[in-house]
Design a protein around this ligand. Structure first.
Ligand code: NAP
Length: 260
């Protein structure tokens, strides 16, 4: 597929996990991809190299999105790289994927500092990334925010994190209505449990994995590519008539008991 040839894409948190798979897929579809990382420059450069080896185009940009100047840092780096590579400052696709705190925020243990940090990275940064990206997005531009199925499933140990993802869900609908007149779509993807190799508890024993599978209609946990394929659709021309949508990409987690 080369449906994104000539387009530019920013994928935040693309140094590993789901973001890495999204960056690889958008590049395979023809986009020039900015592979954003927070702290792991070597991992981001490895993703850029993988994309290059597969015949795609990518470059790495680093910024701590929890820092007050994180979004400024990101766009300063982007400006330099985009001008150099495409001759203009244009972004066609923005994927807000970077996030922290999957296991953070229980009501009895969360601290104000932890709460502020998870909201800074997961909510404030996507908001201001979109603010900075909007002047660069042409008609047909795409914004995709990565939320979580946690907003549908109550997991008490992840309360603050879940609240950040609820904010993204709300942002998606409202923003879609605000920017639709410019032909820009805004959609939200909510993954379920996705094995990125970093979810330690998934390696916690076969019983836990079996229980997670059993709670999922399609009887397995997700793979990063399962999410990347959904994002690629929303970034494509085929999704031109889809906006303000929250798409559950969880394989059907906790749909209800399986009746015999
Ligand atoms: P991950 O493996 O933990 O990777 C997180 C990415 O975000 C990394 O590239 C990391 O960059 C970046 N990042 C973290 N803190 C940052 C900061 N302060 N500033 C800038 N970048 C930062 O994440 P994942 O599991 O692939 O999840 C990706 C997205 O899917 C997230 O939005 C997550 O909430 C959502 N999600 C995941 C699951 C799941 O089961 N995996 C389920 C539901 C939703 P560095 O490593 O370079 O610092």
């Amino acid at each position: 597929m080369a449906g994104l040839t000539g387009r530019t894409a920013l994928v935040t948190g693309a140094s590993r996990g789901i973001g890495r798979a999204i960056a690889r897929r958008l590049a395979a579809d023809g986009a020039l991809v900015a592979v954003h990382y927070g702290s792991d420059r070597d991992a981001a450069l490895a993703v850029v190299a993988e994309i290059g080896q597969a015949g795609g185009r990518a470059f790495a940009v680093g910024a701590d999105l929890g820092a007050d100047d994180g979004v400024d840092t990101l766009f300063a780096a982007l400006a330099v790289d985009l001008r150099e590579r495409v001759g203009e400052l244009r972004l066609d696709i923005v994927v807000n994927n970077a996030a922290i705190g999957g296991r953070a925020g229980a009501i009895d243990t969360a601290t104000p500092a932890e709460f502020d940090r998870v909201f800074a990275v997961n909510v404030r940064a996507p908001f201001f990334i979109v603010q900075r990206a909007l002047p660069l997005l042409p008609e047909g531009g795409r914004i995709v925010n990565i939320s979580s199925a946690d907003t549908r499933i109550a997991i008490s140990s992840e309360l603050a994190y879940t609240m950040t993802k609820g904010a993204l869900n709300a942002m998606g609908r409202t923003l879609a209505n605000a920017v639709g007149v410019r032909g820009i779509t805004v959609n939200t993807v909510a993954p379920g449990v996705t094995d990125t190799g970093k979810l330690g508890w998934l390696q916690g024993g076969p019983e836990l994995l079996a229980a997670t599978n059993a709670a999922t209609a399609l009887d397995r946990v997700g793979r990063p590519e399962d999410i990347a394929d959904v994002v690629a659709f929303l970034a494509s021309d085929d999704a031109r008539w889809v906006t303000g949508h929250l798409l559950d990409a969880s394989g059907g987690m906790f749909l209800g008991p399986r009746m015999p």
